[in-house]
Design a binder for this molecule. Structure first.
Ligand code: SAH
Length: 339
């Protein structure tokens, strides 16, 4: 039985057309699910009984379940149990401008970044689109809120689960779905360049963030194995082409690792790469984890790095910190569930 949260509106329209029904029925179903938050198909009273029975026989509305939740002031971290008993995480952050969520895209991750908790745990499988949509639905239900922006920065490499991620984005972006504006959706990738090309050609106005974390191949090879497949030259070409095709600014993420990538010489190399380009650099204070030896750069070093990039004329911000008290670093809660 297919989960109903897996269908884009267009697919649901085609489903109704295949039954000889009008396609606006799909809009009605979307309104029940995403506006009225009614998950019992029997209560879709503007559809006739036979059609409701048909829906009930075809689709499930099962939701993923909350296994564990940790809250720290304005941050809430959820561990979800999937139907096959795998676990994934999502983090919610309440900002003064609205609530944002960081969703997972895969069970585990194959990218094996050395500093990342998720990288220690190999990918078990892709998430289906509905399992990503439901991270939002279940949290909205639990906290009685509406989520305004989405970052795909939890466990997994979203461009390694391309089709399901695009389906997920279409569903949450639909004006009759969760209505999350494309400009409020950010996809973060470690730099799977061919998939970045594919993404640039789709008519989705979402934001792209690239996890760079090192300004040269020698260091990036050590930190991120993906660099051995798509090195910095290849990635830079991909970034330039993406900027040209979409005209949209890219975010460059740079996690600050003490004594690894946080020297002023690194800042200068970084500035050289990006000078004059339509990007901004987001410096991320590293979330230390129990299993890995990396340490967070000192405040002083982060500020000096920031100043250096500013002086070089780059747009740069330091990520505001959320939830490091509750192990909100990617993969930490899931990691803590494993014996
Ligand atoms: N695979 C994608 C998205 C998931 S990781 C990507 O690489 O972008 C999301 C971001 O968190 C990446 O920039 C990743 O490098 C970073 N990250 C991973 N572990 C971290 C930690 N312990 N502290 C801070 N950032 C971390």
């Amino acid at each position: 039985m297919r989960n109903i949260f897996d269908l884009t509106k267009e697919e649901l329209e085609n489903y109704f057309l295949s039954l000889g029904e009008k396609k606006f029925k799909a809009t009605q179903v979307y309104e029940w699910l995403y506006e009225k938050k009614e998950y019992n198909l029997n209560n879709f009273t503007n559809l006739k009984k036979e059609l409701r029975d048909q829906l009930l026989a075809t689709f499930s509305t099962d939701l993923i379940t909350i296994e564990k939740k940790e809250s720290d002031h304005l941050t809430h971290k959820y561990l979800f149990r999937l139907k096959d008993n795998n676990f994934i995480e999502a983090v919610v952050m309440e900002h003064d401008y609205g609530t944002s969520i960081c969703v997972s895209s895969e069970v585990g991750c194959n990218m094996a970044c050395k500093f990342c908790e998720s990288g220690r745990q190999k990918k078990i499988r892709n998430l289906e689109a509905y399992e990503i949509v439901e991270q939002i639905l279940v949290i909205e239900q639990d906290l009685d809120i509406r989520i305004k922006s989405v970052v795909i920065m939890g466990i997994g490499e979203p461009l390694d689960n391309f089709d399901n991620i695009i389906r997920f984005i279409k569903i949450i972006n639909d004006p009759k779905g969760l209505k999350i504006g494309a400009r409020h959706i950010t996809l973060s990738t470690c730099g799977l360049v061919p998939k970045m090309y594919e993404l640039s050609k789709l008519p989705l106005q979402i934001n792209l963030a690239i996890s760079l974390h090192a300004p040269n191949d020698k260091l990036r090879n050590e930190l991120m194995p993906v660099n051995k497949v798509y090195n910095i030259d290849t990635l830079m070409q991909g970034i330039k082409d993406y900027l040209q095709v979409t005209g949209r600014r890219i975010t460059i993420e740079y996690v600050m690792l003490d004594n690894v990538n946080d020297k002023l010489s690194h800042a200068k190399e970084l500035a050289k790469l990006f000078k004059g380009m339509n990007i901004y650099i987001n410096l991320i204070p590293y979330n230390e984890t129990n299993h890995l030896e990396f340490k967070r750069s000192s405040k002083k070093n982060i500020l000096a790095f920031y100043d250096c990039l500013k002086k070089e004329g780059l747009n740069v911000t330091i990520r505001k910190e959320f939830g490091h008290k509750i192990n909100a670093a990617c993969g930490q809660l899931r990691g803590s569930m494993k014996q």
